[in-house]
Design a protein around this ligand. Structure first.
Ligand SMILES: *Cc1c(COP(=O)(O)O)cnc(C)c1O
Length: 244
């Protein structure tokens, strides 16, 4: 089992070791991979411990929880601030808080949300870094721009045309969630496809560099790194099994 009974420190060492091994297998440097500690449902004390151990990228999937955690950890923000990643679906009515509180929104899954975030970020005079979430596997339960077929990618290129001119959004790249599968190898085609779409967007939508690929979680981050992930989002392997 990932995480389990060990302390956060040991868990983190193991994750870092696995990141190094995956990087070694594909000739990448671990510096190219940002480890995001997904702290959703974890206590403030646990997040403090993660920060003490040197983790500076924290992920939350709900705007409300991001707001609570940020407020509770405000003293950390002062001298050695973590970066807060918003990784879950953002409801329209939460867009304003998201645009204020997040350092990077991974889950921009519609043009409607993009326009709203752009407007809200403008109101507080900031440029909000974002990723576009793509639904590569075609699972109906998943959020994200449809990108399972080549026709859908053609449509995506058309649909996101206006993004390049939104002055208060900075599109850094793509995010996806792989299906939950027993064998992480089964997630590999999803990661391969996200990278291929990234390469295509680089050619067809050159108004940004598309440099970031946010993909890979506890069960599949090694495979995601081998396929080019620049950000992995890891909860259970760091904090142990989720407690609701
Ligand atoms: C919870 C969550 C993760 C982390 O999942 P683990 O399996 O605990 O590593 C990653 N990404 C998103 C979007 C999540 O909601």
């Amino acid at each position: 089992m990932p995480g389990g009974a060990m302390g956060l420190g040991e868990n983190l060492c193991q994750v870092e070791e696995r990141v190094s091994q995956a990087c070694a297998r594909c000739g990448r440097s671990p510096d190219e991979v940002t480890l995001i500690a997904v702290s959703k449902t974890r206590s403030v004390a646990q997040v403090r411990e993660a920060h003490r151990l040197g983790l500076r990228d924290l992920g939350e999937n709900r705007v409300e929880e991001l707001e609570e955690k940020r407020a509770a950890l405000d003293d950390l923000l002062a001298d050695d601030p973590p970066r807060w990643h918003l990784i879950g679906h953002v409801q329209s009515r939460k867009a304003r808080q998201a645009a204020v509180l997040a350092d990077l929104v991974h889950s921009v899954d519609s043009m409607r949300l993009a326009r709203r975030l752009d407007r809200c970020a403008g109101e507080v005079d900031r440029v909000l870094p974002v990723l576009l979430e793509l639904n590569v596997s075609g699972e109906e339960s998943k959020y994200g721009f449809a990108a399972e077929t080549d026709e859908q990618v053609d449509a995506l290129v058309e649909e996101i045309r206006d993004l390049g001119s939104m002055a208060h959004l900075n599109v850094l790249g793509l995010m996806t969630m792989a299906p939950i599968v027993e064998d992480p190898e089964m997630a590999r085609p999803v990661f391969v496809r996200l990278r291929a779409i990234r390469d295509e967007l680089r050619a067809r939508c050159p108004w940004t560099l598309w440099s970031e690929l946010s993909m890979g979680m506890t069960d599949d981050f090694s495979v995601a790194i081998e396929e080019g992930a620049t950000m992995i989002r890891v909860g259970r392997a760091i904090f142990g099994p989720a407690t609701y």
